[in-house]
Write a protein that binds this ligand. Structure first.
Ligand SMILES: Nc1ncnc2c1ncn2[C@@H]1O[C@H](COP(=O)(O)OP(=O)(O)O)[C@@H](O)[C@H]1O
Ligand SMILES: [Mg+2]
Length: 243
């Protein structure tokens, strides 16, 4: 799992939703009444969707660190490289990485996707694992990598809605929207220090609007201000508005 995003803020409702949907034993309202008494309810698949830069990867990684204790057998993370402009990750290559990470010797990894997938599922069936599949391009790319073990949780992120995963694999969507005005200003304040935001709260709000509330854009705008300690927020807002 990548390092947790520094200064992650807000997203309380979405984090709680991930817990409810994905954490083994956390779901009280699964279809068919959940697990029999005495057994942990199955971990589920949460599908985090939203536009580029809205914070999908950050949310998934932050949650993975927050609930590390729930996954004593570890956490598997793969960037599936959907929408990155380059080549997408092949499920077979990701299966191979996951099997290596779980201790399978390289010469015992089957070359075919089917056989590697069968070995993967037999290994994860007994483990308490978190599987994070980041930047998925399609349901077909994700499906061979779903652990399916009763004690595993799966987080998938994508810019697409991946309706197929919802329809066939019981994934549950968590839609991620832009940050609201308060969280957006708090993100700027966390990077610049609260004083520069406090001296011009209206300009801070305008920056949030100009950045569409996207954490990626807000971080980039804040970085420009960090590099220009004498600039007031309004000056950058004017520059961005005129761009
Ligand atoms: N809630 C948040 N608080 C602070 N920073 C955030 C938050 N969400 C995302 N970020 C930061 O914004 C940037 C973009 O987020 P990222 O998760 O990579 O977006 P996405 O995966 O949706 O494209 C990253 O630098 C990330 O650390
Ligand atoms: Mg991402």
């Amino acid at each position: 799992l990548p390092r947790p995003p520094a200064g992650f803020l807000g997203r309380d409702a979405e984090l709680a939703e991930l817990t409810r949907l994905a954490l083994p034993g956390a779901g009280q309202d699964r279809p068919y009444g959940g697990a029999p008494a005495g057994l942990p309810a199955e971990g589920g698949i949460a599908l985090v969707t939203g536009p580029a830069g809205v914070g999908k990867t950050g949310l998934a990684v932050h949650w993975g660190h927050a609930y590390a204790a729930a996954f004593p057998d570890g956490r598997l993370f793969a960037d599936l490289r959907g929408f990155s402009g380059g080549e997408e990750a092949e499920p077979t290559a990701v299966l191979r990485e996951f099997l290596l990470a779980m201790g399978t010797p390289a010469d015992q990894i089957p070359p075919s996707e089917q056989a590697a997938g069968a070995l993967y599922r037999s290994l994860v069936a007994q483990r308490r694992l978190l599987v994070v599949l980041d930047n998925a391009s399609s349901s077909a790319q994700v499906r061979p990598l779903l652990p399916g073990g009763p004690h595993c949780a799966t987080l998938v992120t994508s810019r697409s809605r991946l309706d197929g995963l919802i329809a066939t694999d019981a994934a549950r969507p968590v839609r991620l929207h832009a940050l609201g005005p308060a969280d957006g200003a708090a993100l700027i304040g966390a990077l610049l220090g609260p004083d520069r935001v406090a001296e011009d709260p209206a300009a801070a709000q305008e920056l949030v609007t100009l950045c569409d509330g996207l954490p990626l854009a807000l971080r980039a705008a804040s970085a420009q201000l960090v590099a220009r300690p004498r600039w007031r927020l309004a000056r950058l807002a004017t520059a961005l508005r005129d761009e």
